[in-house]
Design a protein around this ligand. Structure first.
Ligand SMILES: [Fe+2]
Length: 121
């Protein structure tokens, strides 16, 4: 199963609706929305320059990399892990992007190492 751009935009819209319902000021939401759409546009542009790279996959991965950022403080768990858990049954590639983006880019362990660190398997 894989998530389309429309699916990803729908998930971002759901987060926005939930945060506003929880009383989060719309101004603070704009920062988040601008961030994820900005990162997605950059990712798609970079992907377009790399032969053989799937631009839509790059866009969706980037759009959803912070899908659980707004929940992090409420639940006291890292947002990349929450994002992985939210997305794994929907799209494994996107779920992996959510968890690995938490690491400094030059120190990203393999997905298998991340899985051992956070899930014990
Ligand atoms: Fe993040």
């Amino acid at each position: 199963m894989s998530l389309s751009i429309q699916d990803a935009k729908g998930l971002i819209a759901e987060v926005k609706e939930r945060e506003i319902a929880l009383g989060r000021a719309p101004e603070t939401w704009y920062t988040y929305e601008n961030h994820v759409y900005g990162v997605a546009n950059v990712a798609r542009t970079i992907a377009s320059k790399i032969k053989g790279t799937d631009e839509e996959q790059a866009y969706v991965n980037a759009l959803l990399h912070d899908i659980c950022k707004t929940e992090e403080k409420r639940v006291q768990r890292f947002h990349g892990i929450l994002g992985y858990e939210k997305l794994i049954d929907r799209d494994e590639k996107v779920a992996r992007a959510a968890i690995v983006h938490m690491f400094p880019w030059n120190k990203i362990p393999s997905f298998e190492k991340c899985s051992q660190m956070f899930f014990g398997n």
